[in-house]
Design a binder for this molecule. Sequence first.
Ligand code: THU
Length: 133
Amino acid sequence: MTKEELVQKAQDARKLSYSPYSHFAVGAALLCKDGEIYLGANIENSAYPLCMCAERNALYNAAMHGKKKEDFVALALCAGSDEPCSPCGACRQVLSELFPIDAPIYMSNLKGEIEETSIRELLPYAFSADDLK
Ligand code: THU
């Protein structure tokens, strides 16, 4: 699967966003080694802190299908932003726990712009299980 195809899946997921408060719809698509793709979109709540991001919903969707860190190949996310949408800090922390550190993360927008990064780039000095020892 090409990065453009995975980004298209993130755009499809974005259509399922429930974002009546921010009006900022985000979609994510998580590709696994077995070819399965797990989607997520942001789901908001009138109690604002309960809003959940697209990336975490995709990761938790995959987790509920038995998928683990070593099963993931790439993640794409897409929003209607000027610049390719970048994962928030909370999602970076969750990705650092559940997603391979060097796997590609394709950040995109509806203009078709795609930027590739990784958790190694997005969250240097991440807090991890090692810090709890
Ligand atoms: N949002 C995401 O879903 N992913 C991100 O990486 C950035 C922010 C959502 C959360 C909230 O529903 C809306 O975008 C505005 O912050």
